[in-house]
Design a protein around this ligand. Structure first.
Ligand code: PLP
Ligand code: ZN
Length: 395
């Protein structure tokens, strides 16, 4: 018996069986996992949650795999840290960092891949393939190793060295591609069916989003079931943002929170900002962003499949979308490390610059409770940070 009641297309609403392996809807829309929350709300109260495990699996009743199939390396339940100096520096009295760098494989991608690989075990899938900007590949390789599943990974040739080394060490089959994640995705789509690979591309299966939505459950629980006023999220494919938005909806249906939502703020890099452009042009979907480039490798996604879901969340929440330069986000990463002792991935650091700008413009007020998602550890980006701290002979 699957825990989910059904899968539902986010575009056309058609329903699918939750007990069968699923990729996209026939219409091309991403599928979302649905649970019978009306029944669940009488069985699972928010006061029960703190008795659960200190990982994202404390929310197992709203995660699709059954307990016996969970593949875990201790993902989730990451610290929510209140800043001491950085808030004052950028004009925020109440500034928090959700530090996803503490996850296995040092990024929030662990949440999504723990859930997706667990579902592969549940559904009897033995071979998976993933196109990745880097961190999703590392997480996939780690969880596939833990589960004894064969992982086929396609990454841009210039992927950060840490991601390449991790994938090799975890025993994955790695293909380095001369191109972007979109080119990697095409290769998986072309070769996958003949090879018998289950395609775990962003939003092309419904399970990664379920793992990532736990970031939304956690921030609510860690703030005493009172959502913040604004959430800054570094948006590549946008799965974390879509997942958190789904989590808030589920929590309201469970009777855990009210209707108030944080302003959802999508942060992108100037060199790859399809969502920001669509937001500014009032379009429901993004256009392919040509010549995409940024040091924040996870934000180099020229055309996110779930762009319309990200844009919906941003608009419905009264949030905004904002792009920052590579130079600014790297400086912000160093500032965050110096002020708070948090060494952030460039993607996470971009949120600091974005928050500073929106406080300066008056879009956010100093008293607002603001949460920045640092989606990964700076330790995974020696190439990027060494441009700030070059070592000369003798030093
Ligand atoms: C560190 C980091 N932050 C953010 C992102 C973007 O994630 P999402 O697809 O949820 O937008 C990625 C994706 O690779 C990443 O590795
Ligand atoms: Zn559909």
């Amino acid at each position: 018996m699957p825990k989910a009641s059904h899968l539902e297309c986010s575009l056309c609403g058609v329903r699918y069986n939750a007990a069968a392996a699923a990729n996209l809807c026939a219409c091309g829309g991403p599928l979302l996992v649905r649970f019978d929350l009306d029944i669940l709300r009488h069985r699972w109260r928010r006061r029960d949650v703190p008795n659960g495990t200190a990982s994202m699996w404390r929310y197992a009743p709203v995660l699709p795999p059954s307990d016996a199939n969970i593949v875990t390396l201790g993902e989730g339940w990451t610290p929510l840290l209140r800043t001491k100096k950085l808030g004052a520096r950028i004009g925020a009295d109440n500034l928090w960092v959700k530090d996803e760098g503490m996850n296995p494989t040092a990024s929030f991608k662990a949440r999504g891949l723990s859930c997706a690989v667990s579902m592969c075990v549940e559904l009897g899938i033995k071979k998976v393939a993933i196109p990745s900007a880097g961190n999703a590949a590392s997480a996939m390789a780690a969880y596939a190793a833990a589960a004894g599943i064969e992982a086929h990974i396609f990454m841009p040739r210039d992927v950060p060295q840490a991601n390449y080394l991790e994938c090799m060490a975890y025993g994955a089959h790695v293909t380095l591609v001369d191109g972007l994640i979109s080119d990697c995705g095409k290769m998986v789509a072309e070769r996958g069916p003949a090879e018998g690979w289950f395609d775990v591309s962003t939003l092309k299966e419904p399970y990664r989003i379920e793992g990532k939505k736990t970031m939304g459950y956690e921030v609510a629980e860690q703030m005493g079931w009172e959502l913040p006023d604004a959430i800054f999220y570094p948006t590549g494919g946008g799965v974390g943002m879509i997942g958190m938005w789904k989590a808030f909806d589920e929590m309201e249906k469970l009777g855990w929170i009210g209707a108030r939502r944080p302003k959802m703020i999508a942060v992108q890099a100037e060199g790859c900002q399809p969502v920001v452009r669509a937001f500014n042009e009032n379009e429901p979907r993004s256009r392919f962003f040509e010549d995409a480039h940024t040091v924040a490798a996870g934000l180099r996604v020229p055309k996110p499949l779930g762009d319309f879901l990200v844009l919906n969340a941003v608009r419905e929440s009264g949030g905004t979308a904002i792009a920052v330069s590579d130079d600014d986000l790297m400086s912000a990463g160093v500032q965050l490390a110096t002020d708070e002792g948090i060494f952030a991935a460039p993607e996470g650091a971009a949120c600091v610059t974005a928050a500073k700008r929106l406080l300066e413009s008056g879009f956010l007020k100093p008293a607002d409770r603001i949460v920045l998602y640092n989606t990964g550890s700076g330790l995974k980006y020696p190439e990027a940070y060494s441009t700030r701290f070059p070592r000369t002979a003798g030093s």
